[in-house]
Design a protein around this ligand. Structure first.
Ligand code: MIG
Length: 709
């Protein structure tokens, strides 16, 4: 691994472990090593001539496929809810990609806090061109024998993911908004009445008093502390939202202390910059300044003291609906048009004037951050904003609650933020295309450290139908963050809102998530601790060309392949098996079909009531009996499934799920087969009493029984 510093790069703290990295001072080595050309003028440009078979993976939260070749992408954290195919930037800035070339793959990370564009063979089909909007950047490049090796080296450089508490692996229900205590209670009651597992309910912006961070509206949530406690006694945790913009209001503690201490971003006159978001006019905390981070992070205590154990940070690109200046200009423009006979060009100019008032580059250029006595224009550090908001919270939790894990995730992010929190993928839609996008994005998010992540299940914008929700839920039981969330004004989409059949299927599917809890947690923790990807494209493990073509299946953890259904009215789908595998199709955790399929392409039937997965050769999966809350899961009796040719070993990991530095326990399950009897053996920590097994061997025999640990 080598790192070149060009100019005087701003320290983003993305790279925290440079143990095995050589620091290089001239660019010749980079060019020789990577075959990229590098030019530094007002901007930095990297170019590479691709050959026919080169593929590109990575870029984290981005549109398009698993193979990113042929597209145009931009790293510039953007609040835009319209994730259409040609959208070039979403909420994250994840400048890491692997060029999988015919010679050797190389991974490249551009550590630069401003805008970067990635023309991955878009303008010219065989030219890769990266443009960094500045003269100062760090470029890290990593060589390795395989793509996976490169990713693992990179993940070591950026450090391990934050640890979510175990309960954060339960099902989570959200909506913009459950506006008062009654509506929250109603949701909890309905989940219980329908016997659907649930661990958290989200509080969107309406819980606050006039959208003021760290306040609770007393009319809608009277005696909030007691309410949090009451819900907690039912095993449900409430997760409030925090926005980046802080309301300007006299006597509001956050406003007063922020202004007094100079903790807000400033305009060119060093006055706090004014923008407008949900609360109306706001100031934006200067998260780049470590003191401001400490101050803001400590504010979460207001809610933590009332029993809150998790948060989601929103609007931190930052989203700016308008600035005073921008709005004034637009209004002036409109006034000047009044009474005139507008030609079409002028009409559209008028319309665009208002459309471009939000998230405008002019506004981003007009405010500043301050750190160590220096001023930085926001444009130059734009992509660090959401990262440092979440860092402010994460650092504070660690400082103030060193013994305990908190749930935390963010909308905007930069590489390195995963050490403090996860991400959700923002305002997607109830579109089948966005279910597929969710599938394709999981591995690229894992490539940049975001292992605790997920999409709004069922889609945020637009009305969802029961079939879409069902198929989406069947995939999302595997995503660590498993949350159904919807936009204001859309149809209710909680799992019990549709017909009885759909409720039954959704209950069974969510129960399956809880039945897989021991396994999913074990896989999450092992992959996190080993700097590995939890979701992998097939081509990261299998090197045949057919695997490289697969854009709609994923390898999950160590042993499963997922082949989700992402089209309406599907009775079946094509699946590519990179080796012989055992299809495991589940209507319920204890009602399933298994069938061995040979390596190759198959058309398989995919009933709407069933989640379809595949178990790899010599792989094992562990299940537990589901309950309606993660914390009530009984683990004395576990169920072992598998597909064994000669021997499979599964290491079941567990810990207390709440300590920051947990003591790990490992039970090693070995299943051997020599053509006669199946031999099961457990060693290490005793994580259950009984293992009820149902295992297929590659000679088409099925073995059922019980093993006492
Ligand atoms: O401008 O808080 O992505 O999840 O429900 C919309 C309201 C602000 C955007 C988030 C979404 C959330 C919504 N927020």
């Amino acid at each position: 691994m080598e790192l070149i510093n060009i100019g005087h790069p701003f320290e983003t703290d993305a790279l925290v472990n440079l143990e095995n990295v050589k620091i290089i001072s001239d660019s010749i080595k980079f060019q020789e090593d990577t075959q990229f050309s590098l030019s530094v003028e007002n901007v930095i440009v990297l170019k590479y001539k691709m050959s026919l078979h080169d593929k590109i993976y990575g870029l984290g939260e981005q549109m398009r496929g698993i193979n990113k070749r042929g597209g145009l992408y931009e790293s510039f954290a953007t609040d835009d809810p319209s994730h259409v195919p040609d959208r070039v930037s979403l909420y994250g800035a994840h400048n890491f990609f692997i060029l999988d070339s015919e010679t050797l793959p190389v991974g490249i990370f551009i550590d630069f806090p401003g805008k970067v564009t990635f023309d991955m063979g878009f303008t010219h089909k065989d030219e890769l061109e990266v443009t960094i909007q500045g003269k100062d950047a760090k470029i890290l490049w990593i060589k390795g024998q395989t793509k996976l090796e490169i990713v693992q080296k990179f993940l070591k450089c950026i450090g391990p993911s934050f640890l979510p508490p175990k309960w954060a692996f339960g099902f989570q229900q959200s909506r913009w908004s459950y506006p008062n205590a009654e509506s929250v209670k109603y949701i909890a009651d309905e989940f219980d009445r329908h016997n659907i597992p649930l661990d958290t309910i989200y509080l969107d912006i309406d819980y606050m008093e006039r959208y003021k961070n760290f306040t609770v509206d007393e009319e809608r949530f009277p005696n909030f502390k007691a309410f949090v406690k009451e819900m907690r006694s039912r095993g449900i945790r409430l997760i409030p939202i925090i926005d980046a913009g802080c309301k300007i209001e006299e006597d509001y503690f956050l406003h007063e202390t922020g202004v007094k201490n100079g903790f807000y971003c400033v305009d060119e006159n060093k006055e706090p910059f004014v923008g407008a978001v949900w609360p109306g006019k706001v100031h934006f905390p200067d998260f780049i300044n470590p003191e401001a981070r400490t101050w803001f992070g400590d504010q979460y205590n207001v809610l933590i003291d009332q029993g809150i154990e998790g948060f989601w940070n929103d609007m931190n690109e930052p989203a700016i609906f308008y600035s005073e200046k921008g709005l004034e200009e637009a209004i002036d423009h409109a006034v000047s048009c009044k009474g005139k006979n507008l030609d079409i060009q002028s009409f559209f100019a008028l319309k665009d004037k208002f459309m471009s008032v939000s998230n405008s580059m002019k506004d981003y250029q007009s405010f500043y951050h301050r750190k160590d006595g220096q001023m930085y224009n926001h444009m130059d550090l734009h992509n660090l904003y959401g990262y440092n908001m979440t860092r402010a919270a994460g650092e504070a939790f660690e400082r103030n609650y060193p013994a305990k894990r908190m749930l935390l995730f963010s909308r905007a992010s930069y590489v390195g933020m995963h050490r403090y929190g996860g991400i959700w993928t923002g305002d997607n839609h109830a579109w089948w295309e966005h279910l597929l996008l969710n599938v394709r994005m999981m591995p690229s998010l894992n490539m940049v450290g975001f292992i605790y992540s997920g999409a709004d299940v069922g889609g945020f914008g637009a009305h969802a139908d029961s079939e879409l929700i069902t198929r989406w839920t069947q995939f999302a039981i595997f995503t660590p963050l498993f949350r159904n969330h919807a936009c204001m004004g859309t149809r209710d989409q909680e799992p019990f809102r549709f017909d009885e059949e759909s409720t039954d299927t959704l209950r069974n599917t969510i129960q399956l998530r809880y039945a897989l809890h021991r396994y999913l947690y074990s896989e999450f923790m092992k992959h996190r601790n080993n700097y590995d990807m939890l979701f992998k494209p097939l081509s990261f493990v299998y090197d045949d060309e057919a695997s490289a073509q697969v854009e709609d299946q994923l390898l999950y953890g160590d042993g499963l392949m997922l082949a989700p259904v992402y089209t309406p009215n599907a009775k079946g789908r094509y699946v590519y098996l990179p080796e012989d595998m055992l299809m495991w199709q589940l209507k319920k955790y204890d009602d399933y079909q298994m069938e061995i399929f040979e390596k190759g392409h198959h058309y398989i039937s995919v009933p709407l009531e069933a989640t379809t997965t595949f178990i790899g050769k010599n792989k094992l999966v562990v299940l537990n009996k589901p309950t309606n809350r993660i914390e009530n899961i009984d683990t004395s009796r576990l169920f072992l499934k598998g597909f064994i040719e000669d021997q499979g070993v599964y290491v079941l990991y567990d810990d207390d799920g709440i300590s920051r530095e947990p003591k790990s326990k490992n039970m090693v399950i070995t299943v051997s087969y020599e053509g006669k009897e199946l031999i099961i053996n457990c060693e290490g920590d005793q994580l259950c009493q009984t293992l009820a097994y149902d295992i297929y061997t590659s000679d088409q025999k099925r073995h059922k029984g019980e093993y006492h640990v």
